[in-house]
Design a binder for this molecule. Structure first.
Ligand SMILES: *Cc1c(COP(=O)(O)O)cnc(C)c1O
Length: 393
């Protein structure tokens, strides 16, 4: 079945395990550990726990396992491992793969903490990092070497929504046996087909669209059973990035409504991109789903939809951007994304504040740039709010 046809059913029912009580909603197994019938069964479980057996919540927990199974089914992955945050997932995915002397190639347009993991964690332990312009395949070709262990990129970048061609980069990387790790938050799990397109490992911050309601932190790494159980799990279970069972329960319920939310968000983003097109106060409107996006053809091939975020650049610079943000009545000023609420961010003074000026320029983070993460509110309410706030700017 295609992803479209299985996704909603999977998102509601996938991975569910009922106890002997037959509860409707998934149980929250708020327990650190598990009791064994006798000493022999404790020994047997430590030799090899079966799929519905657990030892210690840092290694695995039934509620967390339900979440992992549900997202793995949606993504078409053999297995998944959930973590306490998106960054624990990124850190786990990369650090578990690499050793001193390895080489990693990554796209330069990265979430700040991802850049920290590469340069300040892997870099400090002797992994060499090469950063490239992710949209330029020649730069990937030039950077990848026989000792390249992994390539890493955000398939759609924050905040300027540049798109990296997963299939093309995977082909280049696989020619040197490098593992392709994709941070696919901006594509959303609904529109991601990254594994099918050549990614070996897909990482999500579940804090974003999976929760989608601004409640908990979480993350998940998806890939082959060999990679998840053989490479990633040993690293994560001994270093303690375990997702709490309560957060896993929130995220399981988040998955149940994710398809409805993400489709409503995308519809709002499409309507807003259309309404803002040619607006006299905007120097740029960046939306990967709009025909004027420079990579529109790639977007159609890779995700089919342009996602839930838009970036706009006010000609009046930072002062105009602040007047615009301060005039909003429905949209809120914050820095999460993928939420049911429309959230607006001024990257230059918040999420990307600490970047040196030349790097901001190189990444297109201008003083007038505002990132809009569309929520599920009524389309007309959002359009009215944003258009009248632009009048006030
Ligand atoms: C938010 C985000 C992360 C980090 O996730 P947390 O849950 O905040 O730790 C990593 N990558 C991308 C693209 C993100 O948007």
């Amino acid at each position: 079945m295609t992803k479209d046809r299985i996704s909603r059913t999977t998102l509601v029912h996938g991975g569910a395990r009922r106890s002997q009580y037959g509860e409707v909603a998934e149980a929250v197994y708020l327990t650190q550990g598990f009791v064994y019938d006798n000493a022999e069964s404790a020994e047997a479980r430590f030799i090899e726990a079966q799929t519905d057996e657990f030892i210690y919540a840092r290694y695995g927990n039934p509620t967390v396992r339900m979440f992992e199974d549900r997202i793995a089914q949606l993504e078409g992955a053999e297995d998944a491992f959930a973590t306490a945050s998106g960054m624990a997932a990124v850190n786990g995915a990369l650090v578990s793969l690499c050793k001193a002397g390895d080489h990693v190639v990554a796209a330069r347009a990265l979430f700040g903490s991802c850049l920290y993991v590469l340069e300040n964690v892997l870099g400090r332990f002797g992994v060499e990092i090469t950063l490239v312009d992710g949209t330029d395949l020649d730069q990937w070709r030039a950077a990848i070497r026989p000792d390249t262990r992994a390539v890493f990129f955000e398939a759609m970048s924050n905040p300027t929504l540049e798109v990296v061609d997963i299939a093309a980069v995977a082909e280049i990387a696989h020619a040197h046996d490098a593992v392709v790790v994709v941070d696919n938050v901006f594509a959303t799990p609904i529109y991601s087909r990254a594994l099918e397109q050549g990614a070996d490992v897909v990482v999500y911050s579940a804090t974003k669209h999976i929760d989608g309601q601004g409640r908990v932190l979480g993350g998940v790494v998806l890939g082959s059973r060999d990679y998840i159980r053989g490479t990633l799990e040993p690293y994560l279970k001994h270093t303690g990035a375990a997702l709490s069972p309560f957060s896993a329960w929130v995220l399981l319920n988040g998955l149940g409504t994710m398809d409805l939310r993400v489709r409503a968000q995308v519809a709002n983003a499409e309507a807003l991109a259309e309404a803002l097109h040619d607006h006299p106060k905007l120097a740029r409107v960046i939306y990967p789903g709009h025909a004027d996006h420079p990579q529109h053809a790639l977007v159609q091939r890779q995700t089919g939809k342009g996602g839930t975020l838009i970036a706009i650049d006010l000609t009046g610079g930072q002062a105009a951007a602040f007047r615009f943000l301060n005039a909003l009545k429905v949209g809120i000023i914050s820095n999460n994304l993928g939420d049911a609420r429309t959230i607006l961010t001024h990257p230059a003074t918040t999420t990307h504040q600490r970047l040196p000026e030349d790097q901001k320029v190189a990444l297109g983070i201008t003083p007038g740039l505002v990132r809009i993460s569309l929520g599920i509110e009524g389309t007309q309410d959002i359009l009215d709010d944003i258009l009248s706030a632009l009048d006030a700017a």
